[in-house]
Write a protein that binds this ligand. Structure first.
Ligand SMILES: NC(=O)c1ccc[n+]([C@@H]2O[C@H](COP(=O)([O-])OP(=O)(O)OC[C@H]3O[C@@H](n4cnc5c(N)ncnc54)[C@H](O)[C@@H]3O)[C@@H](O)[C@H]2O)c1
Length: 467
């Protein structure tokens, strides 16, 4: 029995399937959720990774990546031997009927996707596949990558006979990854092989049949799940289009927030009014410091690169990216404006260091970029986060952090709120700042209690509003 506390009956494992699945990159955000989800559907899963530290934690049902509700389900799956964790890539490949590739595809300096990890596992697959295997690319990869993987495997193997390569892009949102696995908005599968398509249908069948696998209140397993079968190019491009669109909404609302500020509007009311339009909806319409994190920025840059490589000028997407860069500078200007000409030794508190609320992921967090910009101008920065303090310490050992919001506020000359964690909405402002000198508060998310700020005579700025 693993050490994690077991939430009794959280998981109702389905009858064991005949399908053996290997997940390469199985200790990452996408790989872990994919492996756990597929194991919960009754498949036998081996999750392989090169990160020994993460593997060791996972064998003990502890996850280095934060996902609500994941550890108890993982614990149950380990106890019934439905999932295991290994660094043995050749063994994982040889024992699997389907291999899910979930390795990282970060940005290269020129914006293109770095496919080195995908290529490395493709070469291993080429050398180890010994029976018909469906290779499922879950990593976000630019159009053309499925052909690259197919070409590598074809150096030793015959497509259609020894293997098929399928695109099955992932749409999970960090922080609600399990919900997105068990009740996904859609599943998209791209292939020209009917044999491989059948295997994918079999893998996802328990979900599509509406079986309730996890018994937790926050997952509505009864919803019908749209299942889209298409060609590989369209599947890959759908993923990039989705992230480019989400990024566009964020840049759009930040632009509206900028205009609103100039003309005396209230961005909170504008967002509410926009979101009520069923053609628009409320998602991804909160103004803020801009989009960061592991996906939106890198995927937008990769799509722009692909467009350029194909002689297409993506003027809109370039504008989305430029607007995002501008946003960080505007927040920086607000801070400088409050502190006068020099930031040297000025105390600035940053609330929210992960790339968004509800996650411990600090990869490409704009809060971290803001910290670096402030540090480079000599400011003394202190930070708080609800979930990501360990990750911040690893990434930025010189950034002073505290798990207590009140410690971070004490002595601060400027306080910048960067995400919408509920602890920030409930702040007791009475002891913030220096003795007799309240801080200037920059609320980039419009989440603070304005009445509480006013009651404590704290000067403030809410992004997108003149009030
Ligand atoms: N994080 C998200 O929210 C999200 C959502 C949808 C899609 N994606 C895409 O999924 C992919 C993975 O993203 P992630 O956030 O899970 O990244 P991650 O860095 O958390 O996970 C990648 C894992 O791959 C492992 N790895 C690297 N090289 C390997 C190799 N040669 N063999 C085996 N394992 C190897 C790493 O150790 C790591 O554990 C990316 O393409 C990303 O764009 C991510």
């Amino acid at each position: 029995m693993c050490k994690q506390q077991l939430i009794k009956e959280a998981l109702k494992p389905l009858a064991k399937s005949e399908i053996n699945i290997g997940v390469l990159g199985g200790a990452g955000y996408v790989g872990l959720v994919t492996g756990v989800g597929l194991a919960a559907l009754g498949h036998q899963v081996v999750s392989q990774d090169i990160d020994q530290n993460r593997l060791e934690m996972l064998r003990d049902a502890r996850s280095a990546v934060y996902e609500d509700g994941l550890e108890p389900i993982l614990c149950q799956l380990i106890d019934i031997d439905q999932i295991s964790f290994t660094d043995d890539q050749p063994g994982t490949i040889r024992s699997s009927d389907a291999i899910f590739i979930a390795v990282g595809t970060p940005s290269l300096a020129d914006g293109a996707a770095d496919l080195s990890a995908v290529i490395a596992v493709a070469e291993q697959l080429r050398d180890e596949i010994s029976k018909y295997t469906v290779v499922v690319v879950k990593s976000t990869v630019p159009v053309g990558t499925i052909d690259v993987v197919t070409d590598i495997l074809s150096q030793k193997l015959t497509p259609g006979e020894d293997f098929d390569v399928v695109s099955n892009p992932e749409f999970l949102r960090e922080g609600s990854g399990l919900i997105d696995f068990f009740a996904p908005s859609r599943i998209i599968v791209g292939s020209d092989s009917e044999r491989a398509m059948k295997v994918l249908r079999d893998i996802y069948e328990p979900l599509l049949e509406g079986h309730s696998v996890v018994n937790v209140p926050w997952i509505d397993a009864s919803r019908e799940i749209p299942y889209v079968e298409t060609d590989v190019t369209s599947a890959q491009l759908t993923k990039y289009a989705a992230n480019a669109y989400l990024a566009t909404r964020i840049s759009f609302i930040n632009e509206i927030a900028g205009i609103s500020e100039k003309v005396g509007g209230n961005i909170g009311d504008i967002v509410a009014g926009l979101g009520l339009d069923p053609r628009i909806g409320p998602g991804y319409l909160q103004p803020g410091i801009g989009f960061g994190g592991p996906c939106l920025d890198k995927d937008l840059r990769a799509l722009i690169t692909v467009a350029g490589e194909n002689s297409y000028d993506p003027v809109l997407l370039n504008g989305v990216l430029q607007r995002n860069e501008l946003q960080l500078r505007e927040v920086m200007n607000k801070i400088s404006g409050a502190l006068g000409s020099s930031l040297y030794q000025k105390r600035v508190a940053l609330l929210g260091l992960a790339f968004k609320e509800g996650t411990n992921d600090v990869r490409h967090s704009l809060s971290i970029r803001l910290y670096r910009a402030l540090r480079d101008q000599g400011a003394s920065v202190v930070g708080h986060d609800v979930l990501a303090l360990d990750e911040v310490k690893e990434l930025e050992p010189n950034l002073e952090v505290s798990s207590e919001v009140s410690d971070v506020l004490a002595g601060a000359e400027v306080v910048v709120v960067l995400n919408s964690e509920s602890v920030y909405t409930d702040i007791d402002w009475s002891s913030a700042g220096l003795p007799g000198q309240p801080p200037f508060v920059v609320d980039t998310r419009g989440v603070l209690d304005i009445a509480a700020l006013e009651a404590n005579e704290i000067p403030f700025y809410v992004l997108g509003s003149t009030a």
